[in-house]
Design a protein around this ligand. Structure first.
Ligand code: SF4
Length: 211
């Protein structure tokens, strides 16, 4: 079975996932940083607290202590405050705080620039590229690794780059497809392909053998 066939099976089972929840590209960027190691419900609470400051300059002008308090519901708020402020500084210094300027850059340059920002790893970077900036890059997360290594598409200790390469060389470069595929993988991982107690019986991709 191909990765595209797996996508179709997941889509038939779960339908459209409407990702990424977020009103604006900037809100999606903030959400991508705040969601590290926490559930989305906690992120929503933090975003609600900063809703009056959702531009790079307004958020950056908040005193660090105040920002820390506002994003407290997202957990790990000390480290996330620092990460968020580093990212905001980067947006302001490099793109004058303008997402539309950022969007004009190529995927490769954006990725290279963002990965230099402290606290922005590959998954966060690619989530921002795909979901906030509509750039065609496949996001790899722990669910992707778990599900597809269990089906022997790659080994459990494959690198992020290797995993991403498998998807991107087997699928068309398509923002909507990458958007939906990642969201479907997360749904499958949460509902069935758990770390323990996996629910293979009745799983839509139970018979998946990669070819
Ligand atoms: S739950 Fe089982 S069948 Fe479904 S993706 Fe995970 S390992 Fe595969």
């Amino acid at each position: 079975m191909t990765l595209m066939e797996i996508y179709d099976m997941l889509f038939n089972e779960y339908g459209e996932q409407h990702w990424w929840p977020g009103a604006s590209p900037f809100e999606i960027m903030v959400g991508a940083i705040l969601t590290q190691n926490t559930g989305w419900r906690n992120v929503e609470k933090a975003i609600l607290n900063i809703k009056d400051y959702l531009t790079p300059r307004k958020l950056y002008s908040l005193p660090e202590n105040r920002l820390r308090e506002l994003i407290r519901p997202s957990g790990f708020f000390n480290v996330k405050t620092k990460r968020l402020r580093s990212f905001l500084k980067f947006l302001i210094d490099t793109y004058d705080g303008e997402i539309k300027i950022m969007k004009r850059q190529s995927l490769e340059t954006l990725r290279e620039n963002m990965l230099k920002v402290k606290g922005i790893g590959e998954e966060t970077c690619d989530s921002i590229l795909l979901y906030a900036l509509n750039k065609p890059i496949f996001v790899v997360d722990a669910y992707t690794r778990r599900i597809f290594s269990r089906h022997k598409v790659f080994s459990i200790d494959a690198t992020y780059k290797e995993i991403q390469g498998v998807f991107m060389s087997n699928l068309e470069r398509d923002v909507s497809l990458y958007n939906e595929y990642h969201a479907l993988i997360v749904r499958l991982g949460k509902e069935r392909c758990k770390r323990k107690n996996l629910l293979c019986e009745g799983c839509p991709i139970k018979n998946f053998v990669f070819s």
